[in-house]
Each structure stands twice: as structure tokens, then as C-alpha cells.
Design a protein around this ligand. Structure first.
Ligand code: ATP
Ligand code: MG
Length: 743
């Protein structure tokens, strides 16, 4: 039997045993109804933690154990590969042997398998290749060449994004209307898309989006193939239905709509947890279900078995601020459901935030809690760095779930390679990594030439390159690019001597064209990479020299998990969907970080509502305790800048939340500062021990002060947390005293 506490994720099968039907007895009446309504279309629409995933997997068991279908006659769609793996394991346990041949996986994995069976219908052979993003981009650039498009204005990654979005909406080139086509390069996108698809077929290849597009096209045009799947799949089960996009929806509908009658399709979802609209997900698919399947039953689950009453109350109060929602009731289902209030902690700065989270995690471990039951959920990837460094210092095992550790990310490794060459020009390995990143037209032959020159002159690769440039022995575009690169290094060395390592590294990454490479990249992860690079320069500012920083990173990279199997999880809120933990830390609830500035800028009110749903997902991951942080200052490059608490904090209902402020600038009426957030005594007591806090000046009337943004001024009134300052440049301002430096 699987012990749920050993898994950071929601248990898929909590208890069904192959003997008898006691697995049904462990469900509430609504859940049981959802499982026993085995035939016909069924939609389970319910809030977080109400057992939707449990219903889905118990339903799988029920179908098998009641002999309604064989394992391979059930099509099960999960949102991630991880969820698919877990479900497969549990089914294996249930059946007493590893389950083979299950149609269980993500949309893409299922479609890849189908496409291998019918590749010939779309002009491919069974052994077609699936291209990765790099290959796709290279191919698209080749295809684009004859159009002579101004690629500065219309870079290839942008077009790739357009094509991907079309594919997500099920639009083959023939289906693109002229209005659709006006977005990119003055209406050439459709023609290039057509040529790109032709080229892919010639190469016997397809990209990720094609997996769904081709299969859906086959199901649409080949009634014989469709009939085959209708016969095969007696049951269809779909988790996280609120996040399906158009093509996934079309594919499901084709498979589920039989001529002979309604299919046995069961979709479970929660409109309040729809968080992937930026990837084309359409929450309307949920609302359409009853129209698509007129005989559909809808089951609502209202009892939440995951979280305490306060966690639920806080989450419900927050999500009530969204206007576009179906509205659902969520009631505590646990006996011990009262629990602790959700904590909101205002801390001095982002370093204090990282320190406090790690201290609390250590404390929990000392009290006997498994680290696997603790998660830090961040809004953006760049936030992980501060926690990682703290955790490594304290030796607490952790894992970045669903992503790479900060210093292992490609853009960070590239930037580090630039820094290594800057600090140590003989570092050939580092130079080789970046010589053609961004593309400088240096192929394998070019690189060999550089190596040969280096060897002949007994120089490192950088020296060999300089030598060839001096001798005018390099030709064409690559010569100009390499000259630029070497000049960038040279000018950076000057700056390093004059202005220090932070400014120098920023200069190098700009001048080498590295930052621009990501700015021009339109793939969805490019903005996150740019944020990571900013975070890297922030980290750099913590060290006195470039050398000291590089040494730190080398040691950090060497960190080994030692096969630890109890580790704390760090992941993004998006990645945490469907999972649950005893304790959840939610750092960085500040305007601009969460809600994310980018989403607000690009998505307006809709974007804000999606961010709020993400906050709802975050809070509802916690079983026992949710602890939210906001820092009063964050470092932007080398400077500290004040940050505003997230608007979501104000939206959390007071009766379910306890707020503390030790410098985060979040003051509320009636705040009881002596109340403890944690079992170990008031936070406020720790305040005095914090050197940062001790350094905070007690300001008095007439003091001369400096503010990072407003410059110098004189204090004209002061109380415990606030001062009024008359600034030379901007006049009088009322501010938090924590941001003011006495001069
Ligand atoms: P999410 O919306 O976050 O995906 P969900 O609706 O899928 O959540 P589950 O993960 O299936 O919810 O269940 C949440 C927790 O409640 C799990 O730990 C599950 O085992 C437990 N649970 C579900 N139903 C019951 C029940 N009837 N009795 C006791 N515990 C239950
Ligand atoms: Mg779930």
C-alpha cells in the first residue's frame, strides 16, 4: 500500500484494494455518485482538494474491478508526465503487476503514440522524428529565407510562436483566414507556415504542436480510424480539464462523440484553477461540456479533505474577488479542520525572507516533520536562487521540482561562461561555450581553425582568436562578429577596473549581444530567462569581486544531493497544480512579483484574475499551514528598492489570517504584534537579533537622511514606522522609515 505521506503529491489511489469494494466506502456520497455513474458523459466540477483526482483514479479502479473494461480500453489524460507516472504506478499496485499498454499520459504523449500508428495518413513514416525547439527554429529560418523578411523586426522565434498558437487552436495552413494572417510580417506568415509544414514532411519530422494537430486531422478525415478508437476506448478520463486548449478539446470531442450514443467520458476540473491561458487553455471548454454532451451529468463536490478551515477560508475569500467564475462552495471535510490561521509575514528584505523560510523549514524538520511535506512555491523561476543558496548553506536537502536548479539553467551557465572568460581568458572551455552564443557564424571548422592558431602560438583560445583577427586571417561575417566579441571583453576589462564587477558583467552581457539574443526570442520561456539573468547580477552584488563570486558558484554547483530521499520541494505555482503538502511557504507576495508585472501589462484585468487564480492554487496546496511572505525591499541590480505588498494580501479575509510585520511595511489596524505566528515565539523578538534590523536608524526631527529614489532631505516628523521627509528634489513625502538612511 502506498503511504501517502511519502509522496509530495496528491495521492491518486489512497486506499482502494483489489479485494472487495471497500474503496467505495471511503468516499463521500457525491464522490461515490461520480464513480458509480460509470456510463455516459460526466463532468465533475469542484474546488481545490475536493477529491477530483481521487474520483478519477478510483473510477479507473472501479471500471476494472467491476469488469467493465480491460486496462487498455481506458483512455486517461493527465496534465503532466509526473502525474501520469504516479497513476501508472498505483494502477500497477492495484493490479498486482506492472500495467502494460495503458493509454495513460499527457495529451502529447498519447498523440505521439497514436501518430506512430497512422503516420502514413499525414505523409510521414512510422519512424518520424520529433523536433526540439532549436531544430524547429533552424528549420523555420531556412524556410523563411526566400521571403527576405526583415528579421530584426520580425525575428524567427516570433513567427514560431505564431505558428504554435495556430496549432494550439487546431488551425492547419488551409484554415488560416486572411484576417488571422495579418499579425506577422505583413501577411506572410501563412505562406511560410505552409512551406514549413511541407519541409517538415520532407524531413519525416514533426514538431510538438504537430502531434496533436496531425492526429486530430486524421481523426477528422478518416472515419475508419476514428471508428477503431471508438471501439477501443470504452472509457475516457480527463484530469485538470479547465486547462485544455482548443486542439486538445477537439481531439477529446472527436474521440468521445460516438455515432451510436453518448460516450463514457468523465472530465474533472475547477474553473478557479485555470492558470494556463497564456498557453492557449480555454476555460470555456468546461462551460461547453453540457452543450457538447446534452445527456451529461454534472457532479459538484463541496467538501475539501485537504486543508484546514482557515486555509480554505483564506483561499475562498481571495478568489471571491474574481468576477469571472462559476462560483462554488467549499466546505471543510476534515474532522480536525480548524487548524492554524494563514500567516502573512512582512519581512525586512528578500534576504531575510529566504533566511526565515529556511529557519522555519529546519525547525519543522527538528519537530519531526518530513521535508517532503514542505514546499516553497514561487511565482517566477528567478526567485528560487535565494532559497537554494540558503538551503545549501544550512545543508537542508532540496529539489527544484519541474525545473533545473538556478545555476544549472542554460542562460545562467552561458552568463557564467562569459564571466569566467572575463576573469580568466585562458578558460577555453568557457570560451567554447559562448563563442557561438549568440550565433556568430562559428561552425566546427571555424572553431578548429581557432584551436590550431592557439596551439601554434602557444596561446589560449581567446589569444588564438585575437591573433587570427590581427592577422586578418578570418573572413566573412564571423570575423566581424568575433571582433565585436573580443572588443566587448576588452572594454569590459576597463570597466571592471574602474566601476567594479557588477557594472562590468552587465556591460559584457549587453555588448556581446547575449541579452539581446533573449530579448529577441519570442518563446514563452524567454522572459523568465531574462529575469534569471537579472537575478544573477543581483547575486553578483553580494560578493566583493568577480573571482569570489565565481568561486562561490563553483562550490555551490558541486553540491550533491547524496541520493537523499527526504527533500524539500521548491517549485513554481504553475508546477504545483494538483499537488499537496503539509506546509507551504509562499514568498514574494509583492506588487510586480505576484501579481506579476508582465501579466498585468499584457493581460490587464483578465491577467490579474489569472494571477489571483494562481494565488488560490498556491494557498490550497497546503494541508496544515500556509505561510505567505512579502519583503519590504528587493535588490534591483546593485541597489535595494522598496516593494509594495501584493494587493492579494489585502483581499485575504482577516478572520482567517494573522499578519505580522517586521519591516515589510504592511501596517493594519488592530495588529496584535505579540501574537505568535509560529509555535516558537513571537517573530518580533527575533527582530532585535537581526543585524540588518539593528542597523535601521531611529529617526528624529531634523535628521538629514537619504532615500534610494528621492535623494537627500530632512525629517520633519517621525513615528515608530513612518517618517515625513522634506526632500530637496521632490518635496515632502511620508515614507516607511526602513527605507531611509541617516546621513
Ligand atoms: P486539486 O483541485 O488540487 O487537484 P482534487 O480535487 O484533485 O484537488 P484530490 O487531490 O483528489 O483533490 O484530494 C485532496 C485530498 O483529499 C487528498 O489527500 C485525498 O486523498 C483526500 N480525499 C479525497 N476524498 C476524500 C474522502 N472522501 N475522505 C478522505 N480524504 C479524501
Ligand atoms: Mg487534482
Amino acid at each position: 500500500m502506498v503511504n501517502t505521506s511519502e509522496h509530495p503529491s496528491a495521492p491518486l489511489f489512497s486506499s482502494p484494494s483489489a479485494s472487495g469494494d471497500n474503496y467505495l466506502a471511503r468516499l463521500n456520497p457525491e464522490q461515490r455518485a461520480a464513480i458509480e455513474t460509470t456510463d455516459g458523459p460526466l463532468l465533475v466540477l469542484a474546488g481545490a482538494g475536493t477529491g477530483k483526482t481521487r474520483v478519477l483514479t478510483t473510477r479507473f479502479a472501479h471500471i476494472l474491478l467491476t469488469g467493465r473494461a480491460k486496462p487498455w480500453q481506458i483512455l486517461t489524460v493527465t496534465f503532466t508526465n509526473k502525474a501520469a507516472r504516479e497513476m501508472r504506478e498505483r494502477i500497477g499496485l492495484l493490479l498486482g503487476s506492472p500495467a502494460e499498454g495503458l493509454w495513460l499520459g499527457t495529451f502529447h504523449a498519447l498523440c505521439a503514440r497514436m501518430l506512430r500508428r497512422h503516420a502514413e495518413y499525414v505523409g510521414l513514416t512510422q519512424s518520424f522524428t520529433i523536433l526540439d525547439t532549436d531544430d524547429q527554429l533552424r528549420l523555420l529560418k531556412q524556410v523563411m529565407a526566400p521571403w527576405q523578411i526583415d528579421i530584426k523586426r520580425w525575428p524567427a522565434p516570433g513567427l514560431l510562436g505564431v505558428i504554435q498558437r495556430w496549432k494550439d487552436r487546431g488551425l492547419t495552413p488551409e484554415r488560416i483566414t486572411p484576417t488571422e494572417d495579418s499579425d506577422f510580417a505583413n501577411g506572410h506568415a501563412r505562406a511560410i507556415y505552409t512551406a514549413y509544414q511541407v519541409r517538415l514532411k520532407q524531413l519525416n519530422a514533426c514538431d510538438f504542436g504537430d502531434l496533436m494537430l496531425h492526429v486530430t486531422e486524421i481523426l477528422r478525415t478518416r472515419p475508419d480510424v476514428l471508428a477503431q478508437y471508438h471501439r477501443l476506448f470504452r472509457y475516457i478520463l480527463v484530469d485538470e480539464y479547465q486547462d485544455t486548449n482548443t486542439i486538445q478539446y477537439l481531439w477529446l470531442r472527436l474521440l468521445a462523440k460516438h455515432a451510436e450514443g453518448p460516450a463514457n467520458i468523465c472530465c474533472v476540473g475547477d474553473d478557479d484553477q485555470s492558470i494556463y491561458s497564456w498557453r492557449g487553455a480555454e476555460v470555456e471548454n468546461i462551460l461547453r461540456f453540457e452543450k457538447d454532451f446534452p445527456s451529461a451529468k454534472v457532479v459538484r463536490l463541496e467538501r475539501n479533505y485537504r486543508s484546514t478551515r482557515h486555509i480554505l477560508g483564506a483561499a475562498a475569500g481571495l478568489i471571491a474577488h474574481n468576477s469571472e467564475r462559476l462560483g462554488k462552495t467549499l466546505r471543510p471535510g476534515r474532522e480536525d479542520a480548524e487548524g492554524k490561521k494563514v500567516s502573512v509575514l512582512g519581512v525586512w528584505d528578500s534576504d531575510t525572507e529566504a533566511r526565515m523560510v529556511c529557519e522555519q523549514a529546519e525547525k519543522l524538520r527538528a519537530q519531526g516533520h518530513a521535508l517532503k511535506e514542505i514546499a516553497i512555491l514561487v511565482r517566477a523561476g528567478f526567485q528560487t536562487r535565494a532559497f537554494e543558496e540558503r538551503l545549501m548553506q544550512t545543508g537542508l536537502p532540496y529539489r527544484i521540482v519541474g525545473g533545473l536548479r538556478f545555476y544549472e539553467r542554460a542562460e545562467i551557465r552561458d552568463a557564467l561562461a562569459y564571466m569566467r572568460v572575463l576573469s580568466q581568458p585562458a578558460d577555453d572551455l568557457a570560451f567554447e561555450r559562448i563563442i557561438n552564443v549568440p550565433k556568430r557564424g562559428v561552425g566546427p571548422a571555424g572553431l578548429q581553425k581557432l584551436h590550431a592558431a592557439a596551439r601554434a602560438n602557444n596561446l589560449p583560445l581567446t589569444g588564438g582568436t585575437e591573433k587570427l583577427l590581427e592577422d586578418n586571417a578570418l573572413k566573412g561575417k564571423s570575423a566581424a562578429h568575433l571582433r565585436q566579441l573580443m572588443e566587448a571583453f576588452a572594454s569590459t576589462r576597463d570597466i571592471l577596473a574602474r566601476e567594479g564587477h557588477v557594472v562590468a558583467v552587465e556591460h559584457l552581457l549587453e555588448e556581446s549581444g547575449y541579452m539581446d539574443m533573449w530579448r529577441q526570442d519570442r518563446s514563452p520561456d524567454a522572459p523568465g530567462r531574462l529575469e534569471n539573468l537579472k537575478e544573477l547580477t543581483r547575486a553578483l552584488a553580494d560578493f566583493g569581486t568577480l573571482g569570489a563570486f565565481l568561486e562561490h558558484v563553483a562550490l555551490v554547483m558541486d553540491h550533491d544531493e547524496n541520493g537523499q530521499d527526504d527533500y524539500l520541494s521548491i517549485m513554481t505555482l504553475h508546477g504545483a497544480k494538483g499537488l499537496e503538502f503539509d506546509t507551504v511557504f509562499l514568498p514574494g507576495w509583492e506588487e510586480g512579483v505576484f501579481p506579476s508585472q508582465r501579466t498585468l501589462d499584457e493581460g490587464g484585468l483578465k491577467g490579474l484574475e489569472e494571477e489571483r487564480r494562481l494565488a488560490y492554487v498556491g494557498i490550497t496546496r497546503a494541508r496544515q499551514e500556509a505561510i505567505i511572505f512579502h519583503a519590504g525591499r528587493r535588490r534591483i541590480y546593485a541597489n535595494w528598492q522598496p516593494s509594495m505588498p501584493s494587493r492579494f494580501l489585502e483581499e485575504l479575509p482577516d478572520e482567517h489570517v494573522v499578519r505580522h510585520d517586521e519591516g515589510g511595511g504592511f501596517q493594519r489596524q488592530g495588529l496584535n504584534l505579540s501574537e505568535s505566528v509560529f509555535d516558537n515565539g513571537p517573530i518580533i523578538a527575533r527582530r532585535r537579533k537581526d543585524p540588518m534590523l539593528e542597523a535601521a536608524p531611529a529617526l528624529q526631527l531634523g535628521d538629514h537622511v537619504r532615500h534610494p529614489r528621492f535623494g537627500e532631505g530632512v525629517v520633519i516628523s517621525a513615528d515608530r514606522h513612518h517618517v515625513e521627509v522634506s526632500f530637496e528634489s521632490v518635496g515632502t513625502k511620508r515614507l516607511l522609515s526602513s527605507f531611509i538612511e541617516k546621513i
